[in-house]
Write a protein that binds this ligand. Structure first.
Ligand SMILES: Cc1ncc(COP(=O)(O)O)c(C=O)c1O
Length: 380
């Protein structure tokens, strides 16, 4: 028997209480029972996003939220500034191109975070830019960008919105949507929200709604205005993911019981233990700065194929992690600690990494990383 551990950066494990809630018999989304469930989920999302704005729920993966955050706010020919520091940053440019939006890319070397000054300069240089697109946590490299600093910069431009892909950030570390001036914040169900894939969430500020009023791009399914008209009445424009929304109600109960500060502290401690554990095992982290607390990207040591580490974790020890994408394939492997994760997930990950490396002939002192992780995890 091989026991399975899901430690990939999404989908992440779903708590048993949430699975049970979602197993309830189906209800109809236009029936009165759905109204209070949706209302509670809406209110809970506002709390989680730290916003007074409505948070739309869309039947989509996270990319649906990203796509709608281009098509609903910009028109063909408009200019957008896209921060591209990895696979998901690159996606902004591709979506813009699909909708005829001119993407000005600010390329960031993979493993690094954007220098906010570059955004400030770009906005000053080109007053035609209408939106800035960024990731709060770039999952392909394990780096987080400073969206608080970007919020400060974009706030000074009344005609520019800041769109934040917080798909592996929200519910992991502090994202103060309103206080930091983040106009559009996106997340997905299968990351820190501890749900199966299938729901995208998007909060929209008044400044962004004003831009949406002028936008001329085509939006039928991901039509944010139509969704808002329905969702303020606890309805959705189309058939919602009823079971996932029932699961979300349960997730919100769990998250509220823990409280935002404690969630961020727990996630931060897990991330620190994973990072320090890997370093104590003699490994180097891939991020050169600002590592995200959602996941840890580890550089494969010289002479070791990162894909072999990722594969052996799964085949030999039942651990699903993630490899590297594009030019990082074979160079890194990634382990998640976001969402329904605790101390023993980190210990398992560090222990298994040591075992896999030793099995691949890499000199590693078994237990060296585990001991370091344990020390950190015992701290209050
Ligand atoms: C930062 C980030 N953005 C976007 C996405 C895309 O989300 P999805 O695969 O749910 O469409 C992901 C998924 O891993 C992600 O981590």
């Amino acid at each position: 028997m091989l026991k399975r551990y899901l430690l990939a950066p999404g989908p992440t494990p779903v708590p048993p209480e949430v699975l049970l809630a979602m197993a309830r018999p189906m209800i109809h989304h236009r029936a009165p029972e759905f109204d209070p469930i949706f209302a509670e989920a809406r209110e809970g999302l506002k709390w989680l996003f730290q916003t007074r704005n409505d948070v739309l729920m869309l039947a989509a993966s996270g990319t649906g939220g990203m796509e709608g955050s281009v098509s609903n706010f910009l028109s063909p020919g408009d200019k957008a500034l896209c921060i591209n520091g990895g696979k998901f940053g690159e996606r902004w440019g591709k979506i813009c191109k699909t909708f005829g939006v001119q993407a000005i890319e600010l390329k960031v070397e993979w493993g690094h975070a954007i220098n906010p000054q570059l955004v400030k300069d770009a906005l000053k240089k080109d007053p035609a830019i209408k939106a800035v697109y960024v990731q709060a946590s770039e999952t392909s490299t394990g780096v987080s960008h400073d969206v608080k600093a970007l919020g400060e910069i974009v706030k000074a431009h009344d005609q520019v919105i800041l769109v934040v892909d917080a798909i592996t950030a929200l519910g992991v570390f502090d994202i103060k949507t309103d206080a930091w001036g983040l106009d559009v914040v996106i997340t997905g169900s299968q990351k820190a929200l501890m749900l199966p894939p299938g729901l995208a969430f998007v909060s929209v500020s008044d400044k962004a709604w004003a831009l949406a009023d002028k936008a001329k791009n085509a939006a039928f399914y991901f039509n944010f205005k139509k969704e808002r008209e329905n969702q303020v009445k606890n309805q959705t424009a189309f058939t919602p993911t009823v079971s996932l929304i029932i699961g979300l109600q349960e997730v919100i109960k769990m998250l509220k019981a823990e409280g935002l500060d404690k969630i961020f502290a727990r996630q931060g401690q897990l991330a620190q233990a994973m990072r320090e554990g890997m370093k104590a095992a003699g490994l180097a982290l891939f991020p050169k700065e600002s590592p995200s607390d959602a996941l840890t990207a580890v550089s494969a040591p010289d002479g070791v194929d990162g894909q072999a580490v990722y594969k052996n974790l799964r085949v030999q020890y039942g651990i699903t992690a993630a490899g590297g994408q594009d030019h990082l394939k074979g160079k890194i492997f990634r382990l998640s600690h976001m969402g329904y994760a605790d101390r023993f997930d980190v210990i398992t990950a560090v222990a298994a990494t040591e075992m896999v490396l030793k099995g691949l002939g890499h000199p590693v002192k078994l237990g060296s990383g585990v001991a370091k992780a344990q020390e950190i995890l015992m701290a209050k």
